[in-house]
Design a protein around this ligand. Structure first.
Ligand code: PLP
Length: 437
């Protein structure tokens, strides 16, 4: 059979047997991938795409990094699985590698299978450590698909899943669509902090265990916080004895152009959750970085939580190799550089000239272009036109991430300036054509 026939057969087989996430099962995208390398993917028919999605914004190191693939194979020959309670060299080394990029107060790592269960356990730690009950998170956020994580989530996915209790939501800073009638970043920052503090007081500050926030909200629209916002959250958390949890599942491990996003905001949280970029999903893994006071609160007290695959050796080997390759090949620096020299300028040029580009924002390889039908009213571009943009990008050789009325430009951190320039040209052509409709 031809490659195209194989792609069609794969799609038909998948759609007939695989039950898909977040989807009506009769309306699935028809897209098959056969392989990839770096920032490029291809199908069986031989069509190739520059990947501006990193899948679910997790393949920071790109596809098939040879050193990570080799490390997984090597570990498979040594030991493929071991219980969490058993000391294991690969796990201890992976924890050390992660901690080496975290600031001083971080002392231990609790490993999970992914990001949602990292947030579950961070919220649990905050609750046990403070003896308090409620978690504050933001409306514009995604924290994962499990019990408390999905209820901490701000977007529509929380609403049909609201079975956990003890969750309160606030609005965060988002100047383009300010909830606070702000016209400057300074106003937006001060008013968002005032709102947060008033909610804490109104809920009863002695009931709030933790504030859980994506350092840079990702899925919700890549809103880089205004200067001073995270430091303000830190100050409020300290004043009320609340644990500050930074969800770095999407923002961490190079995505923003630094190892952790909070480094760019002069702030140190009490707990950090991570997954995705820690090993680019080559083997599922996530976890919680725990600062000393919280870690030592469980020296004598039992931590009531665990997972069969916590610190799985194949995932740990992938973490060590991923972080080592990112260090050796300056991949985090590359993300910062490509963002500053290619993606940022290209998006800014589009915003200046293209009437459907309402706002662009981002850092590193973590950017969003917000598309509008009308610059003045900021009316979001309708779903039908977003779908047309997605199809045109794919036809042009680019995999975009489309979220509501936004295009997120979130390639692997290894993307070269040339590949990023090529991808931005495809995107610009598509958006300019769409603006002419
Ligand atoms: N937190 C953030 C910020 C995320 O973006 C995601 C996934 O997109 C999660 C948590 C959940 O991670 P996972 O899907 O690995 O459970």
């Amino acid at each position: 059979s031809t490659g195209a026939e194989l792609d069609a057969a794969v799609i038909a087989a998948d759609h007939s047997r695989v039950f898909h996430s977040w989807s009506a099962q009769a309306h699935l995208p028809a897209f098959s991938v056969a392989g990839g390398q770096g920032a490029t993917l291809w199908n069986h028919a031989g069509d190739r795409w520059v990947d501006f999605s990193s899948q679910l914004i997790n393949v920071n190191i790109g596809y098939q990094h040879p050193k990570v693939v080799a490390a997984i194979k090597e570990q498979a020959d040594i030991l493929t699985t071991i219980a969490p309670s058993t000391a294991n060299l690969t796990r201890a080394e992976a924890a050390g590698k992660i901690l080496s990029h975290a600031p001083a107060p971080f002392e231990k790592v609790f490993f999970t299978n992914a990001g949602a269960d990292a947030n579950e356990n961070a919220m649990r730690l905050a609750r046990l450590y403070t003896g308090r009950d409620k978690i504050i998170s933001r409306y514009r956020s995604y924290h994962g698909n499990t019990g408390a994580a999905v209820v901490a989530t701000g977007d529509w996915r929380r609403i049909p899943n609201e079975f956990a209790r003890g969750h309160v939501h606030v609005f965060g800073p988002y100047l383009y669509r300010s909830e606070f009638w702000a016209t400057t970043p300074e106003e937006e920052c001060a008013r968002a902090l005032h709102h947060l503090e008033r909610v804490i007081q109104a809920e009863g500050s002695e009931t709030i265990a933790g504030i859980l926030l994506e350092t840079v909200p990702g899925t919700a629209g890549i809103m880089v916080p205004p200067p001073g916002y995270l430091a303000g959250v830190r100050e409020i958390a300290d004043r009320y004895g609340i644990v500050m949890i930074c969800d770095e599942v999407m923002a961490g491990f190079g995505r923003t152009g630094s190892w952790f996003a909070f480094e760019q905001h002069d702030v140190v949280p009490d707990l950090i959750t991570f997954a995705k970029g820690v090993n680019s999903g080559y083997v599922p893994a996530g976890g919680v970085l725990i600062s000393s006071p919280i870690a030592h609160a469980f020296d004598e007290r039992v931590f009531p939580g665990g997972l069969t695959y916590s610190g799985h050796p194949l995932a740990m080997a992938a973490i060590i190799a991923t972080i080592t390759a990112m260090e050796d090949e300056h991949i985090v620096e590359n993300a910062a550089d490509v963002g500053a020299t290619v993606i940022g300028p290209a998006l800014t040029a589009l915003a200046d000239t293209n009437p459907i580009v309402g706002d662009v924002r981002g850092t590193g390889v973590f950017w969003a272009a917000e598309l509008v039908a009308d610059q003045a009213t900021k009316e979001p571009l309708p779903a039908s036109r977003m779908a047309a943009i997605k199809s045109a990008c794919l036809a042009g050789g680019l995999i975009p991430t489309i979220a509501d009325n936004r295009v997120h430009v979130v390639p692997p951190c290894v993307i070269t300036p040339e590949e990023a320039t090529h991808g931005m040209q495809i995107l610009a052509d598509v958006l300019n054509e769409e603006a002419g409709r």
